[in-house]
Structures are given as C-alpha cells and as structure tokens.
Design a protein around this ligand. Structure first.
Ligand SMILES: [Fe+2]
Ligand SMILES: [Fe+2]
Length: 215
C-alpha cells in the first residue's frame, strides 16, 4: 500500500537563520552585583553569547512555526510530517555499510522528526480522540509509538556498519508506514468529520503550538 504523498521529495532544509544581533554588551559595569575584579567582562560576554543563542533559536522556531502555519489543517500538517519521515527512511535505505557518518546523521534527523511528531499526536490529537470516545484507536496508535521508539533504541545500540542495520531500518519503515496509513486513511478522517470547523481550528492551533515547542 502506498500513501498518497509517499514519494514527495524531501527538501527539508536546515534553515538555521542567523538573523540574531549582538547586544553589544560592555563589561564595564561594576555595581552591587559585581562578582570580582574581572567578572564584569566575562559576565558580559556570557550574557551576550546567551542572547545570541536565544535569538538564533527563537528565529529558527519562529520560522518553523511560520512554515507549519502555512501548511494547513492539523491532519495535513501531520500527513506532511509522515511523508518527511518516510523520505528520511528512503535516504537511510540508500546507504551502504561504509557510510556510517551519513547513517548516524540521518538517524538523528529521523529521531528528531518522529519525536516532534509523536509529541504533537500524544499531547493533542490522541487525547482529543479519547475525549471523542475513540479511546481504542488512540490507545492502539500510542502503543505503536512505543514500538517506534523501540526501533530507535535498537538502532542506537547497533553499529551503523552492522550487517543488520538495513534490515532493521526496513522493518522500522514498514511499521511507520503502516501506522501513518491507519492515521491518514482511517482514524484522522473519521475524527475530523465529527468535529466542527471551530473544533478543527482549535486542534490545528494546539498541534502548531506543540510542534513549535519541539522544533
Ligand atoms: Fe502516530
Ligand atoms: Fe502520525
């Protein structure tokens, strides 16, 4: 079975924007909170560094949020994330045992993508499903998330050059594909139909908010 947009190219760019600015902190303040002769300049530099880090991170998150907000309703956001994860799997499956660095990088990227995605579903969509008397589906899907994490655990414990690596990734992909298919074709459409436009908008807003914190 092939999901609708499974073959969509993944052009997820790591857009770590550098639109932060230096606060231009000077270290010459000596007041009641001075921690010693040379603490001022050091503290100033540390605070400036923290500000740059915060601004860069905030800029990245704002960008991610903006991108997600443009992608549509909650079910479309989650379906696009399924496609993105499946595209990472395909890149993993195209590697050979000598490409250990690439395998490790792709596994990290996949772990982050699935972690963020699971957070959105487990904190918003599955609780909403339970409240709508669809607890059996929510519990089944959340149980599968546990097995998805188990694959990540297994791959982290396995050398990236292991002869079993590709088989494990292939099995892992099949589970995610089947799980995504059940969500996209069965559970989500049924649930969405039963919600008012306003309720759907609320779920979309919550999914965006939780995705923002995990970006
Ligand atoms: Fe899920
Ligand atoms: Fe999902």
């Amino acid at each position: 079975m092939v999901t609708r947009t499974q073959d969509r190219a993944s052009n997820h760019s790591n857009n770590s924007s550098n639109n932060s600015h230096n606060g231009g902190s000077s270290g010459d303040h000596r007041g009641a909170f001075s921690w010693g002769e040379n603490a001022g300049p050091l503290l100033g530099a540390a605070l400036a560094g923290a500000a740059i880090g915060f601004a860069a991170n905030y800029g990245r998150k704002a960008l991610m949020q903006g991108m997600e907000a443009m992608t549509g309703q909650w079910d479309e956001i989650l379906a696009a994330e399924h496609d993105m994860a499946l595209a990472i799997f395909d890149k993993m499956l195209a590697t050979d045992h000598s490409q250990t660095f690439k395998r490790k990088m792709l596994l990290m990227k996949l772990t982050h993508a699935l972690d963020k995605h699971a957070h959105q579903e487990e904190m918003v969509v599955y609780p909403a499903l339970r409240k709508a008397n669809e607890a059996a589906d929510a519990d089944h899907l959340e149980g599968e998330h546990g097995y998805i994490k188990t694959f990540i655990y297994e791959l982290n414990g396995m050398g990236a050059d292991s002869p079993d690596w590709l088989d494990a990734v292939s099995e892992f992909r099949a589970l995610v594909h089947e799980h995504a298919h059940m969500e996209e074709e069965q559970v989500f459409p049924h649930f969405k139909q039963g919600l008012s436009e306003e309720q759907n908008a609320k779920v979309t807003s919550l999914v965006n908010r939780d995705g923002f914190w995990m970006a």
